[in-house]
Design a protein. Structure first.
Length: 133
């Protein structure tokens, strides 16, 4: 059994998964609308700025978190961005589930972790991620 061939089969299966297809379609829809693109880019830039700040060891203030939350609320009104966030959230859940399966099979996760994940499904239960959640 060629591991690389199996990896390609997994990649093909992921590409054909409804979660991935919805994500790609939603991203393409955002790209068709310049206002949505600009709004999303502004949000992502702010997220990146705060992430860099954290990586530099500087704490993110409550005020900065609140600004990001408000920006998220504003851009989430846009139906194209909202759909993209929902699709991205569901696709991320699928990828987490796949990673969990691989980690368990490779014994990179303790058996104790397995019992915890049986009790708590790692797949997202809500459709929208919000900053600070």
């Amino acid at each position: 059994m060629d591991v690389r061939k199996k990896a390609q089969e997994l990649a093909d299966a992921i590409v054909n998964a409804p979660e991935y297809q919805r994500f790609i379609t939603a991203r393409e829809e955002v790209n068709k609308h310049q206002a949505a693109q600009v709004m999303l880019q502004d949000f992502q830039n702010k997220q990146l700025e705060l992430h860099k700040q954290q990586m530099e060891g500087k704490p993110v203030t409550e005020s900065q978190e609140e600004q990001l939350r408000k920006l998220y609320e504003v851009i989430s009104v846009n139906p194209y961005i909202r759909d993209l966030f929902e699709a991205e959230f569901m696709f991320s859940g699928l990828m987490l589930e796949i990673n969990d399966i691989l980690s368990k099979a490779l014994k990179l996760k303790d058996d104790d972790d397995e019992s915890e994940s049986d009790e708590e499904d790692d797949r997202p239960t809500t459709k929208l991620w919000t900053p600070g959640s």
